[in-house]
Each structure stands twice: as C-alpha cells, then as structure tokens.
Design a protein around this ligand. Structure first.
Ligand code: NAD
Length: 249
C-alpha cells in the first residue's frame, strides 16, 4: 500500500454534473486539489471552480448531454470519473404532486443518471480507473414528511447504484453513491430565505441534526473522492451516508 498523496488523482479526468454550486463545486475543488482535471456540467456553470472546464447543459436534454459529455472528453482527454450530482428538490405529498412534477423531478434526479452515464460509457470503457459516483440522499432512508417525490427519486438513485455496480463489476467500472444528510449549500440557503424568520429556521434545522449542525459540502466532497479514488478499487456498490449520524437514529 502506498501512502495517500495530494496527487492521488494525477492524470485522471472527472466530469461532475451540478458542478456549478454546492456539493458539486466542492467536489470539483477536492478532486482538483488531488490532481484531477475536471469538467463542470451545469445549467449555470459560471460559478464552477476556477480551472474546471465549464459546460452549460440541462441534464434532461439527451442530445445536449451527449454533446456536453463528448466535449468534456475531448477537452480533458478522456473521462475516468463521472459524478452524477445534479439534482433538484420537491416538496408535497402524493395528493399534491401532479404528474408533471413527478416526471420533471424523476427526469432530473433519476433518468439523468442513466443518461449522463450512458453518454460517458464509451469513454469510461477506455479508462483503467473507471468509476461512477452518484449523489443520493438520506431522504430515501427516512420517512420525511412532504418529501415523497424527492425521497422516491433518491431511492431510485440508490437502487440504480447497486444494479449498475453489479452489471459492470466484471468490466472494471465501479459504481458508488454518497448519501448526504442536510447539507449547507445554496439549495438549503434558498429554502431558508423562504422562511418567515430565516435565522430561527436555520437554528431549528441545525438543532434537528444529531451532531448539531448541517453537513458541510466539503465533507460530502471527501466522500466523493474516497469512492472515486483509484486507491479504492475494491470499493463498488457502496452507499455511503455522510449525515452526522441521522440515519442511525
Ligand atoms: P444546489 O442547488 O446548491 O446545486 C445543484 C447544482 O445542480 C446547481 O448548480 C444547479 O444549477 C445544477 N442543476 C440543477 N438542475 C440541473 C439540470 N437540469 N441540469 C444541469 N444542472 C442542474 O444543490 P446541492 O445541495 O449542492 O445538491 C447537489 C446534490 O446533492 C443534489 O443531487 C441533491 O439532491 C443532493 N443532496 C443535497 C442535500 C442538501 O441538503 N443540500 C442533501 C442530500 C442530497
């Protein structure tokens, strides 16, 4: 075993969807710090970390995804790592979420994982360190009120992660997922702003976490790096909660 070094990902290339903000941007910074070349695919990649190739794309548009993935591969010189991280939230219950909402959220959160990974597959097949890491959520592991659609979408991401890992283990392509708890990203910031008293709402949210605070995006990024690392080639089909203990309760 060699010791971990800062250049753990030297010579490797990574494509990160939702790399323009929050967890995706933190993951790009963490991969870059360990030597990876990165491409951020996002509806708005303008705030993606410096040094990442910024590619504007909607992950629900199949033709645009194929073009974006191929462009990333060309500019990076291949794709070794795919981080399927773009996602949107949804509130409501079965009687309030209509068909259009179900289709929209499942398209962004679930079908895009298949869409982006399929587009990247020819490039992954050429890599000796091929790995896909998906961003799931503890929302599928707890009975959270008003999260039936979001929870279902992230449960599907977990199921896909296990099935894809089984399908490709003999082909040398690993597939894992991080399962974050409530994380301190722009997404949660937007939710807090909608509250009558954002500071009180944030304090209440922190108090609901077993370790008394939100998960930092950098902590999720560390898990993405662990699951993607070429040092961990026996790690596949892993669903890794980064939730301050929320799923132990
Ligand atoms: P965020 O809203 O802060 O950032 C998400 C990024 O994804 C944005 O840059 C956005 O432009 C991009 N995006 C959204 N829809 C897209 C589309 N159709 N095509 C391309 N890009 C798109 O969110 P975040 O909190 O960093 O969440 C990232 C992932 O982590 C999501 O999959 C989310 O479900 C998951 N997650 C978040 C939390 C949390 O509490 N923040 C908890 C568990 C899981």
């Amino acid at each position: 075993m060699t010791a971990a070094t800062d250049a753990e990902f030297a010579g490797l290339t990574a494509l990160i969807t939702g790399g323009g903000a929050g967890i995706g941007a933190a993951t790009i910074r963490a991969l870059q710090a360990r030597g990876a070349a990165t491409a951020a695919l996002d509806l708005d990649p303008s705030d993606a970390p410096e040094g990442a190739i910024r590619i504007q794309v909607d992950v629900t548009d199949t033709a645009a995804v194929q073009a974006a993935v191929d462009r990333a591969a060309e500019e990076l010189g291949g794709i070794d790592i795919v981080i399927n991280n773009a996602g949107i939230g949804a509130q409501g219950q079965v009687e309030t979420n209509d068909d259009a909402e179900w289709h929209r959220v499942l398209d962004v959160n679930v079908v895009s994982v298949a869409r982006v990974t399929s587009a990247a597959l020819p490039h992954l097949r050429r890599s000796e360190a091929a790995v896909v890491v998906n961003t799931a959520s503890i929302a599928s592991m707890l009975g959270l009120p008003d999260r039936v659609l979001y929870g279902a979408s992230k449960g599907a991401v977990q199921a896909m992660t296990l099935a894809m890992a089984a399908d490709w283990v003999a082909k040398g392509i690993r597939v894992n997922a991080v399962v974050p708890g409530t994380a301190n990203t722009p997404w949660i910031g937007r939710l807090m702003e909608k509250a009558e008293d954002p500071a009180a709402e944030r304090a209440a949210l922190n108090a609901r976490q077993p370790h008394g605070r939100l998960v930092e995006p950098e902590e999720v990024a560390e898990a993405h790096c662990y699951l993607a690392s070429p040092r961990n080639r026996s790690t596949t089909g892993v669903l890794l909660p980064i939730d301050g203990g929320m799923t132990t309760l």
